[in-house]
Design a protein around this ligand. Sequence first.
Ligand code: ATP
Ligand code: MG
Length: 745
Amino acid sequence: MDYLSRLNDKQRQAAVYTEGPLLILAGAGSGKTSTMTCRIAYLIEEMGVSPYNILAVTFTNKAAKEMRDRVENLVGSDLNMWILTFHSACLRILRSHADVLGYGRDFAVYDPADQKTLVRNICKDLQIDTKKFSPAYFLGVISSCKEKRITPQQYPREYGTDYREQLIHKVYTAYELQLKKNNAMDFDDLLLNAVRVLEQDEAVLLKYQNRFRYIMVDEYQDTNQIQYTFVRMLAEEHRNICVVGDDDQCIYQWRGADIRNILEFEKDFPGAKVVKLEQNYRSTGNILEAAHSVIRHNAARKAKKLWTDAAGGSRITYFRAQDEREEAHYIASEIGRLTSGSYTLQEGRRDGRKYSDFAILYRTNAQSRTFEEALSRRDIPYRVLGGLRYYDRKEVKDLMCYMRLVQNRADDLALVRIVNEPKRGIGAKTLEKLQTLARVRGESLFDTLCDEAVVSSLSAKAGAGIRELTELIGSFAAEKENMRVSDIYDGLLVRSGYMKMLEDQNTIESESRIENLMEFKSVIYDYEEEDQNISLADFMERIALLADVDNHDAGENAVVLMTLHSAKGLEFPFVFMPGMEDGLFPGWRAFDRPDGLEEERRLCYVGITRAKERLWMTSAQTRTLYGKTDFTRESQFMREIDPKLLDGDGVYQQKRPQGGAFRDGAGSPAAARPFDQLKYARQRTKQNAAAMQQSAGDTFAAGDRVSHPKFGAGEVLSCDGKIIRVRFGDGEKKLAIGFAPLKKL
Ligand code: ATP
Ligand code: MG
């Protein structure tokens, strides 16, 4: 009972209200998760409920494990309880009852890699060109169909029978058949099939309805339709269902979460008791105020407000840096200052804080790079949570390998990594054989691949792919002294087919890879700005050093870097929210969907409420993102925060407010669509690569005037179709047509 005394009245009310539907609707940090944990302990200890009769569902494995540990701590024994994620709960049910749907009980669960292989094979059978329609694209469509419970049979009726839709229909149908034949399910199937079992076999439904006399769901605001149905069916018999959530923290609508699930709980379960927790135990008053001043601008929400016992605390520090490098430098030096022990907290306590007390929460992964560099420079250990360090990301490494090869064609390691990236039809076995051959001959793999005798022994597709690759690398290698690093990069990215591969996949993941690759251009421009004539060799050397820093501390005492999305449910004493600029946060994508801006605002609310003691928000006057430098405007969320809560730099306020008092939802002038830097960077990359290639189409003759971005204007001396000799101001150059960025004047 001790644990109950630690709860406040409202929390206790919720914990002991065990019979009938219950909705705990409360803001961030009000102890929702804590209350749910106590409720489970109370059911077992005080109500004598067997752990066997309880089902508690959370969102991540980490959260599930934490909750199980906490309950076992309270109850003091090891319980074999169902405190699980949705996926694992469904998997358990299916392990016993998949036969209802005609599956064997030992069915396999296919992970995304398996799924991809399967779809690739299907495309091959159906003779679908995976260059035009990638497996990832089909899988994305299939997944969203399953989420909406649209079967292959229903697909044409829902989406029509245009060419593309016909293809999807065929692939989807074959995919389902294959899964069934292989006695396998994918992740979406786990949820979907569990629901199907419950729908199709009444005995099974009754069994679980009877078993789970008490059902609890954390982070209910982020459930999708199928998860909702699952919970609802199980709860029908006993109706002892307790859901916990915060409509202000629904941040996964873009992945199918349906905010209506929580807003309409009282309709779905008539007579439901609603408990609103209003005391926040996590954050100081000013932080909480700031969170409210932002979230109250959302129209679709249940009004609620939190209060806290904690004193006002420090105000939120706002820093508007000149550029993103100064922003990162500022954050790193603040962390340095506060961990050194020379800092006095408001209460007069002198305190050197641990690195792990700090979190940097950003909107997109591409932002992590500048922070990683600034922290490294100060020897501050950090770890990137739920993601890789910038230079460890696959796409960044791949492009670096292309550049390494241009620099040094003997770099076998780099070649092996990219030879089939994008797909060139070189399987693992073929590659192994080629490597052996190169070893026997005592030459580099690249040289072996330049041997026409070798290449013509490969399949037609592989042969063509290899020829293109070696020619591409060879030409850039020959031209590298004459080209800017950024041009080499653009050329490699586009002409290798890498960019197209990602664009064809057209998934959230591939979009984020493109973002990271565009961000690489910021790196290159940084160096080119410092030294206009930086060579590829120098550039690669410096990057290699950066990429190798070992400030990556997997241990405990390290600053944590992660996206705002992955910070849900967590808390930290000190939080930094960088990049508070329109177009970045809220991101320009927010303006694509009607509720987009509100979802971004909820994300901002989640971010602010992660902070316990202090919060910094920063922005940069100019930001180079994806290689393009722009002046920025402070985030509209920044402008929504009451100025009296902010310390430091002032937020620019418009003299005459535009639009309504504070309801500037999408459509009002304040919400004008910000400039889309990413789109611009992508276009420019392609145009640049095309411009270089275009010189192949031009015919040059002696006497023509031409211009070159590095050497300026010049006069053509001779041209033999492939090689062109030009006299520039600082001497004569031999250039390769089709690679040299030459323009005829
Ligand atoms: P979120 O919305 O971010 O998931 P939450 O509502 O689930 O937050 P918890 O994580 O359960 O909140 O609690 C937030 C913090 O408040 C935790 O550090 C917890 O230990 C503390 N806390 C919760 N209830 C109380 C209480 N009654 N007394 C003191 N501290 C409490
Ligand atoms: Mg919680």
